[in-house]
Design a protein around this ligand. Structure first.
Ligand code: FAD
Ligand code: NAI
Length: 479
């Protein structure tokens, strides 16, 4: 029957659509269900990443970076940009176009790979005789049967208790990516990845941005030296970051043009404070999304956070039901979701799909960018693992000077005895691209010496990577 599939994937974010494509490549009959709607009510596959995450945030970061360059750096190059202005509506329109190109691209890829796409909400109906029945509720309700189910239903932004998102004043990532004009005052709760990236966008466009963070440490998961440099640079850019706060009442005042939000909080010294802003982004992490899946119908096990419980192979407690991406444990990153999608498809095919959690790169797309892979220096100290460190600043790199982008450094951490690379941390221009070399090196268990001996093109930013590797052995050539 046409609605009988080997593999049904629920969710077409990076975990789901990539898993579906890989399963189809491996010869399975595959369906992928996704409920996301575009402005016209049509399908918009790609999930959070494509619609309200990775892609639109990078589009706005690019636009705002152009504006920032025109405002602050063009003059250094002898370029005059009098009467500079930004048409925010056009910037948002461009972002929407980029999103649509990606939605259309994914629909094309699914078709090209013979994956049947169903637009609507997928939910478990029952499990019987080695197969599952999945209902699709949407414009064209349907029922599918599947030998294997891959759940890739992603995550949703967490709300502050007592301050639900209205996407007008109190914004999740969705509202924060669609602000119609630059707010004079913007508040951000949570100095994590979303808060820093989207806070940077609106800061560059002229908003006064105040970030309130509960933890006493800035970017605690990042290498301490990098986090310290980042805080210094972001503060210089005008981001006001308050650490160690306790958020009290958050109140939206919806009075037409005077609409605002007031946030009461206790600062790190214990004093009561009040922040009045035009808009407030709440970016305090994300919660796994299993809404509407009807997990109870089949007895799918969730943990106390609402994440689907899986083992190292992304197997759930149910036979032939798998789960990948933000809806399971591990970092909430698009590339992690993709790797899990591929690994699961390969496991279904009897292969040995595997995701190496030790070499998943992280990137924060601020300016300068921050990227890292492997262990931080503080983690190595805590483990008591003997290590050597070497770093190289971009100020001493010819290409960075030519670009006029010299803030930051590359830092290597290597095993004291074997010289194996244990972690690489970059804050600086194109850190997001530079980190790939470190990921490849760590996958192949390279030593710092290996990187130090590889010929890097001149003049490139990647020479800073080579020099940092040389610095591990205290033999930089350009410093
Ligand atoms: P999702 O992308 O969330 O996709 C899940 C899909 O499942 C959605 O389309 C949803 O509609 C659908 N769905 C859910 N339930 C059902 C159902 N019952 N039936 C049918 N469909 C359903 N990560 C990075 O690696 N790099 C970045 O630069 C980056 N930037 C980000 C910026 C922002 C502002 C945010 C919020 C996140 C960002 N992320 C980034 C994180 C990234 O978006 C997620 O890690 C990634 O999207 C997770 O992929 P996923 O496939 O697990 O889920
Ligand atoms: P996050 O986990 O990165 O940061 C949340 C921050 O909010 C933390 O610093 C936390 O201490 C703070 N916080 C939590 N509760 C708070 C409270 N009540 N008051 C004040 N501060 C509080 O989460 P974020 O920024 O929402 O992003 C969600 C996920 O999306 C991230 O885990 C990340 O993996 C992913 N993402 C990835 C990006 C990238 O790869 N470049 C970009 C954006 C998001």
């Amino acid at each position: 029957m046409s609605n009988q599939f080997d593999v049904v994937v629920i969710g077409a974010g990076p975990g789901g659509y990539i898993g579906a494509i890989r399963a189809s490549q491996l010869g399975f009959k595959v369906a992928c269900i996704d409920e996301w709607k575009n402005a016209k009510g049509g399908p918009a596959p790609g999930g959070t990443c494509t619609n309200v995450g990775c892609i639109p945030s990078k589009a706005l970061l690019q636009s705002s970076e152009h504006y920032d360059h025109a405002k602050h750096s063009f003059a250094d190059h002898g370029i005059t940009a009098d009467g500079l202005s930004i048409d925010v509506a056009k910037m948002i329109g461009r972002k929407d176009t980029v999103v649509k190109q990606n939605n259309d691209g994914i629909l094309f890829l699914l078709k090209k790979n013979k994956v049947s796409f169903f637009h609507g909400r997928g939910s478990f109906v029952k499990a019987a005789d080695g197969s599952y029945e999945i209902a699709v509720a949407g414009d064209k309700p349907d029922t599918l049967t599947a030998k294997h189910v891959i759940i890739a239903t992603g995550s949703n932004a967490r709300q502050l208790p007592g301050a639900p998102f209205d996407e007008a004043q109190i914004l999740s990532n969705e509202g924060a990516l669609a602000i119609g004009q630059t707010p004079a005052k913007l508040g951000v709760i949570g100095s994590g990845v979303v808060g820093l990236e989207l806070g940077s966008v609106w800061r560059r466009l002229g908003a006064e941005v105040t970030v309130l963070e509960a933890l006493p440490t800035f970017l605690g998961a990042v290498d301490e030296q990098v986090a310290k440099e980042a805080l210094k640079l972001f503060t210089k850019q005008g981001l006001k970051v308050h650490l160690g706060v306790k958020i009290g009442e958050v109140k939206a005042n919806k009075k037409g043009k005077a609409a605002s939000v007031s946030v009461s909080y206790t600062d790190a010294a214990g004093a009561e404070q009040k922040l009045e802003v035009d808009k407030l982004i709440v970016s305090i992490g994300r919660a796994p999304n299993t809404t509407g899946l009807n997990t109870e119908a089949v007895g799918l096990k969730l943990d106390e956070r609402g994440a689907i419980v899986v083992n190292d192979h992304c197997q759930t407690n149910l036979p032939n039901v798998w789960a990948v991406g933000d809806v399971v444990r591990g970092p909430m990153l698009a590339h992690k979701a993709e790797e899990e999608g591929v690994a699961v498809a390969e496991r279904i095919a009897g292969q040995h799909g595997h995701v190496n959690f030790n070499t998943i790169p992280w990137v924060i797309y601020t300016h300068p960018e921050i990227a890292w892979v492997g262990k931080t220096e503080q983690a190595l100290k805590a483990e008591g693992r003997p290590y050597k460190a070497g770093s190289f600043p971009f100020i001493a790199n010819g290409r960075a000077r030519a670009l006029g982008d010299t803030a930051g450094f590359v830092k290597f951490l290597a095993d004291e005895k074997t010289d194996e690379i244990l972690g690489v941390h970059i804050i600086g221009p194109q850190a997001s691209e530079l980190i790939s070399e470190a990921v490849v090196a760590m996958e192949f268990k390279a030593s710092a010496e290996d990187i130090a001996r590889i010929c890097h093109a001149h003049p490139t930013l990647s020479e800073a990577t080579k020099e940092a590797a040389l610095a591990v052995d205290k033999r930089t050539l350009n410093l």
